[in-house]
Ligand binder design. Structure first.
Ligand SMILES: *Cc1c(COP(=O)(O)O)cnc(C)c1O
Length: 394
């Protein structure tokens, strides 16, 4: 089934060219463990020779993600950071990049402690402010790196506006699409050159695999990235490739359910007197609500909210029962994270403050529970803050 384009996204998640194994009829992609492949001719090697370069199981995942992102080539890596770091190797010493200021902590670490040693300079900008993006550009700016919605304050970048501008100045555009996935947002359609994923999150969806993906549209860029994937060698193992493919089959239903829950929880928190602020692009008062709804088909399943103090946050975390309190997001179970100590621990405190990542900010990645159960659980934990106030006041 190669002409999947006539079907909707949900259907294409299941009915792609890897739906049935042509040699056995198996309805699951075979896991090919071989690291090397026998060559039947001294001069004419087969399509596969060594699994770092190409492996049929990994290749199945790579073609599936390429199709889902409306690209031409996909690449699977050992982690999201391996995908991001390998894509950064497209740059050369002397280049400059412009990066979303509240970027994922690991990306921040790569840009500020690794790329800088290879003489690749950077400027962090509020990517929602087009004027500051323009002001950050230098003659040697070779790439603009976006993450939208951003992490953890859910700021939304106008992808098309930035991509149009990048084309004018001859810079590549990278978009980390981990939070929304192609179920909700297709950066390549909006003009981006490279889409990146931590497939550890929504794409696989079950907190049981670490993986990364990159997708491009332009064949020449694909050839360069393919060479880098093989040269650097941080490829995804076959068992993990299979787990990501299994997770992908339920991506639409998971995103839809979790997103509905996130909307409900964001609205509940938004009216709660003990909650100082809620960051979620599905709320009508979100500053980039219109941009989000023009460029994506939903607001996603991640939100964050600020309590009045770190003490209140500690009381809340101590009493909340349903979510796991953990690093990561995009899973079947709801995950509550503390960005200051988790995703953004690699960011210096003053840099975090500038980005609004305070000691009283929590991030929620809504899972597949009934949202009313989550709200009930949050409510009892918030009431404990109130109770501790009363005790202190006495
Ligand atoms: C988790 C994450 C990454 C890093 O991916 P790993 O699979 O953990 O290496 C990158 N970007 C975003 C937005 C993430 O959430």
């Amino acid at each position: 089934m190669k002409n999947g384009e006539q079907f909707s996204f949900e259907t294409r998640l299941l009915h792609n060219e890897h739906k049935v194994d042509p040699s056995t009829g198996a309805v699951s992609v075979p896991i090919q463990h071989a690291s090397t492949f026998h060559q039947f001719d001294v001069d004419q090697f087969g399509k596969y020779d060594y699994s770092r370069s190409l492996n049929p199981t990994r290749e199945a995942l790579e073609t599936i993600i390429a199709e889902l992102e409306d690209g031409t080539h996909g690449f699977a890596f050992a982690s999201g950071m391996a995908a991001i770091s390998t894509a950064f190797l497209l740059l050369s010493a002397g280049d400059h990049i412009v990066v979303t200021e509240d970027v994922y902590g690991g990306t921040f670490r790569m840009v500020t402690t690794v790329l800088n040693r290879f003489n690749i300079d950077h400027t962090f900008v509020d990517m929602t402010d087009f004027e500051s993006v323009k002001a950050a550009v230098r003659p040697n700016t070779k790439a603009i790196y976006m993450e939208t919605p951003s992490n953890p304050t859910l700021k939304v970048t106008d992808i098309k506006q930035i991509c149009d501008f990048a084309k004018e100045i001859g810079a590549l555009t990278y978009v980390d699409n981990t939070f929304l996935t192609p179920a909700l947002q297709k950066p390549l359609q909006l003009g981006a050159d490279i889409v990146l994923h931590s497939a550890t999150k929504f794409l696989s969806g079950h907190s049981d695999v670490v993986a990364g993906l990159a997708v491009v549209k332009d064949p020449e860029l694909a050839a360069r990235l393919g060479t880098l994937q093989n040269a650097f060698g941080a490829v995804l193992g076959v068992q993990d490739a299979w787990l990501v493919m299994r997770g992908l089959k339920t991506l639409s239903v998971r995103m839809e359910h979790s997103q509905k829950g996130a909307q409900k929880i964001a609205e509940y928190l938004n009216q709660h007197p003990l909650v100082k602020s809620v960051y979620y692009p599905g709320l009508a008062d979100h500053p980039q609500y219109d941009i989000q709804h023009n460029q994506a088909s939903g607001a996603g399943a991640v939100l964050s909210f600020e309590l009045e103090s770190e003490e209140a946050l500690r009381t809340f975390v101590d009493h909340v029962q349903l979510p796991v309190f953990a690093v990561s997001l995009g899973a079947v179970e709801t995950i509550l994270s503390y960005p200051v100590k988790m995703s953004h621990a690699a960011m210096p405190a003053d840099e975090r403050e500038k980005r609004g990542i305070t000691n009283s900010l929590l991030r929620v990645s809504v899972g597949l529970e009934n949202a009313n159960d989550l709200i009930q659980d949050f409510e009892q934990a918030l009431q404990k803050i109130q109770a501790s106030h009363t005790i202190t006041a006495q």
